[in-house]
Design a protein around this ligand. Sequence first.
Ligand SMILES: Cc1cc2nc3c(=O)[nH]c(=O)nc-3n(C[C@H](O)[C@H](O)[C@H](O)COP(=O)(O)O)c2cc1C
Length: 361
Amino acid sequence: MSPILRISEYARQAKAVLPHMAWEYLDAGAGDELTLARNVLDFDRIELWPRLLRDVSELETRVPLFGQTLPHPILLAPVGYHKLFSPEGELASARGAALSGSTLSVSTMTSVAIETIAREVPDARLWFQLYVQRDRGFTQHLIERAQDAGAQALIVTIDTPVLGNRIRETEAGFTLPDHVRREMLQELPKDLLVRGHGTDLEGIYYPLISPKLEWKDIEWMKSVARVPVILKGILHPDDVELAIQAGADGIFVSNHGARNLDTAPSTISALPGIVEKTKGRVPILLDGGIRRGTDIFKALALGATAVMIGRPFVWALAAHGAQGVKDCVDLLLHDLKVTMALCGQTSVATLERSVLRRPEK
Ligand SMILES: Cc1cc2nc3c(=O)[nH]c(=O)nc-3n(C[C@H](O)[C@H](O)[C@H](O)COP(=O)(O)O)c2cc1C
């Protein structure tokens, strides 16, 4: 079999093997999917403007982050229910993460408990993504389970007081098949779990996520967490100071893969405003629309410390399991290195913004 050289090929293969409902759950954005398109297009609008005659015989892709050195800046974003995409679910993703030197963000909606992932794939670096629950005691319980299992950071998703209006997912009649369970939430009352099964047209609130989360709750979370707390979903520059004052250790520029608020800005277009307000005080992560190494290069050159990919690694997981996840990360990393060399940039930590160009209209 010839090697896969484009991320879009993973998407094509995933679509061919997945049941329609799983594909729609994975692929869909919110509303008319305008932000979904912009997440990708806005990367394309930025040109690379290479600098020449520089020694690029050695390239540094390592990134210091939260006291660790990551081999490269490509992490795997939190995505729910990997068993929809591969029989082994998050275990396969964790193996792929370990093989590729990436980090797996385990979702609150994981279909394999974080303890099981940590036990079965001990060499995987795991972070935990928290959807804050309506019951504070249960939220604390989730944080403690994740930390005890070895999660090295906590990503608190703050952009989802309600689920987005995912039209395509609803049209496909998305519900969880019986073999896919929310393994972190099994202790919750049964009726909450049943009501949280699919997108609900009757009410806007989702039983498994608190719609009451406020900045002061982040301060509480910081008092409970023993690991860095990253706030995921920040798009507005005016939220940066609030995040830092609340104690955030990292800012995660994300529009939830365009699954929540349609016509929200693309993440790459929101990034410069966030970087300006952050002033280097905490690391910045970004996800949304990354499909090439050049996209990663652009995000880092604009000030992100590292990036996450969502759909791309899940496409690869669906098509080729753990090896697919590894190959997908390798493919992006290869393209990132080629881009660095061709732009005369030797280290991901010091990419020059002046090699990016916004063409005149
Ligand atoms: C199928 C799917 C499920 C997701 N589940 C979660 C989740 O459980 N928690 C969360 O914070 N984000 C979730 N996200 C958003 C991702 O973490 C990430 O922000 C997004 O996928 C990045 O955009 P990309 O898919 O274009 O790379 C999900 C995204 C997808 C595609």
